[in-house]
Design a protein around this ligand. Sequence first.
Ligand code: NAD
Ligand code: DAU
Length: 360
Amino acid sequence: MRTYLVTGGAGFIGSNFVHYMFRKYGDEIRIINVDALTYAGNLANLKDFEGKENYTFVKADIRDKAAITKIFEENDIDRVVNFAAESHVDRSIANPEVFVETNVLGTLVMLNAAKQAWENEDGSFKEGKRFLHVSTDEVYGSLENPEDYFYETTPYDPHSPYSASKASSDFIVKAYVDTYHFPAFITNCSNNYGPYQFPEKLIPLIINNALSGKKLPVYGDGKNVRDWLYVDDHCKGIDMVLENGRLGEKYNIGGHNEKQNIEIIHIILDTLKEYLPDSDPRKANVSEDLITYVTDRKGHDRRYAIAPDKIKAELGWEPETCFAEGIKKTIKWYLENLDWMTNITSGDYQQYYEKMYKDR
Ligand code: NAD
Ligand code: DAU
């Protein structure tokens, strides 16, 4: 039975990954989920697995050397999937420090603990052990020319404190591969969407605001482009790289699904109008009139677009869920899980929202 150590498994992509892996492998695998439960971590995302014999949750910080080393000492870990990170660009602009601490130093702690557990006396590594570092397309910077795409060979050019911290963590992983032949991969994925995404990110924030008749804040001219991928397709890519990727390589993952932010907002409004029955009082809230152009994000990257040619050619990965279908599934999920949204947006979220959007 393969044992996975998933970090940040209570967050958006990490929890979807745990769901994906148990759906795919059932009881053939064991998952240990290590998460510090920051504002972004939510055990409600994983309530289906509470009490499951081959699933363990450990509340720990990836910066905590002793706690992470102990997990490796007590378990024979075969795969590490490092999702744990501070992930929101706007928060990184307001408070960069924790991004460097978690994303860079935390990744270093994970690498060292895995190296210590997996290294043989002669400096080689135990058979079959693999470490996958989950990274982002934002490390490549911003594309100006509409014909350009991010390839694995595109030079890094991060702009925000978030993307700079992710780029730094990628370089640390690469240094372990180049120096020690440490068995690692890096994946650089585009914008994910789907269930369990914290409503600080564009899609769940717009769904939530539209349902409650709150303004829909559009940064700048609304024409910044992101390349949206349904979260399960990202999870599938991670699994394929872990099992069949070439050790030491990096793989770009993206959906060839570029959309301007303003287009996304109109699609969400149209889908909500289609899905909500006339009898639902929230339907009257859903209106284009809520769209409000606000001050742009500082250093706002204009366009991201991934060329997923390498993962397609080497591993046969392709996105399965087109945006038209994925956004419907996502909106349906949020409509059916209103308690999840209500719980998450009570308390600290209100303060965050005030601080981020009040004077914009
Ligand atoms: P998220 O913010 O939803 O979740 C992050 C999780 O990490 C949370 O559960 C949080 O509690 C945990 N965490 C934070 N700091 C921690 C620490 N010090 N120790 C242990 N756990 C900690 O993020 P996400 O959107 O799920 O992103 C997951 C990973 O994927 C990140 O590394 C991110 O950079 C990367 N990524 C995200 C996207 C995207 O569109 N969301 C795209 C590409 C790559
Ligand atoms: O590209 C991958 C990255 O995608 C991940 O590495 C990050 O972890 C993830 O947060 C995401 O970053 P973005 O900055 O692209 O995502 P966000 O949802 O914050 O914003 C998407 C776009 O929408 C961006 O151009 C900013 C804009 N935006 C965002 C918010 C929250 C708005 O116009 N209004 C908003 O209120």
